[in-house]
Design a protein around this ligand. Structure first.
Ligand code: ZN
Length: 244
């Protein structure tokens, strides 16, 4: 086959629709031999496919491609009926192909977006924990008795960043319950400092981001409340860190 004959198959080749056989092998061999003119033609064919598949649903494949696609599915040219069938078949193939590519791209993009969001979230959470713990004004207090039954934990207080709670061995909260954190002032009622649900291992890293007057804090406590949260503690204190 000469260059012109081979080029008849380039679009199908670029689309990956050229069946294994003499023609495909001949094209591969010819391109590998380094015919510069044919390489340029193949690049054009690939560019047309890329454009067709990625950007513009209205870009119709070249007429020659329609003919070849039809040939590839075994329909022979026979006048106007053939022509109409050729157009329909080619458009169907193009539409299917376009749909497959588009949905695959969508899936990959959504996956990439989700994992990026996850990584970003984890990184931000870690950074805020580091910032909190490393700050010279942060004070650390322990929860619970290490000799006794778990749960246990640490509370970090910072006048600018508020409360950081790291606790372990918490029992999972029932579906309609949540753990709630309380700041106990030296005088007056306990103030809510956010709620959380521990992870599957019973661990939690909870932050309550609000400036805090450390001189007015006598303790930090945890109770289990309804999942909506409560304006004041209604249940016994599960953990209590005494401060100052
Ligand atoms: Zn050539």
């Amino acid at each position: 086959m000469n260059c012109h004959e081979l080029r008849e198959g380039f679009e199908l080749y670029a689309l990956g629709l050229l069946e294994e056989g003499e023609e495909k092998a001949a094209i591969t061999a010819h391109l590998e031999q380094g015919c510069l003119a044919c390489r340029a033609h193949m690049q054009d064919a690939l560019a047309v496919q890329a454009l067709m598949l990625s950007q513009a649903p209205d870009v119709l494949p070249p007429m020659r491609l329609k003919r070849r696609v039809l040939g590839a599915v075994g329909i022979q040219p026979m006048g106007w009926t053939w022509f109409a069938a050729a157009c329909a078949a080619a458009m169907l193939v193009t539409a299917l192909w376009y749909g497959v590519i588009a949905s695959e791209r969508r899936r990959q993009r959504d996956e990439a977006r989700a994992s990026l969001a996850e990584v970003t979230q984890e990184r931000d959470a870690l950074q805020s924990v580091f910032r909190f713990v490393e700050d010279p004004q942060t004070k650390q207090f322990s929860f619970g008795d290490p000799q006794a039954q778990p749960p246990r934990g640490n509370v970090f207080l910072n006048p600018r960043f508020g409360v950081l709670l790291i606790a372990a061995n918490l029992t999972p909260a029932a579906a309609d319950r949540a753990y709630q954190v309380w700041i106990l002032p030296k005088t007056g009622a306990a103030r809510p400092a956010g709620k959380f649900r521990p992870d599957a291992e019973g661990s939690v890293t909870h932050t309550f981001d609000q400036p805090l007057d450390l001189n007015d804090v006598s303790g930090v406590a945890i109770t289990v409340e309804s999942s909506a949260g409560s304006p004041a503690p209604t249940m016994p204190m599960l953990l209590l860190a005494k401060i100052g």
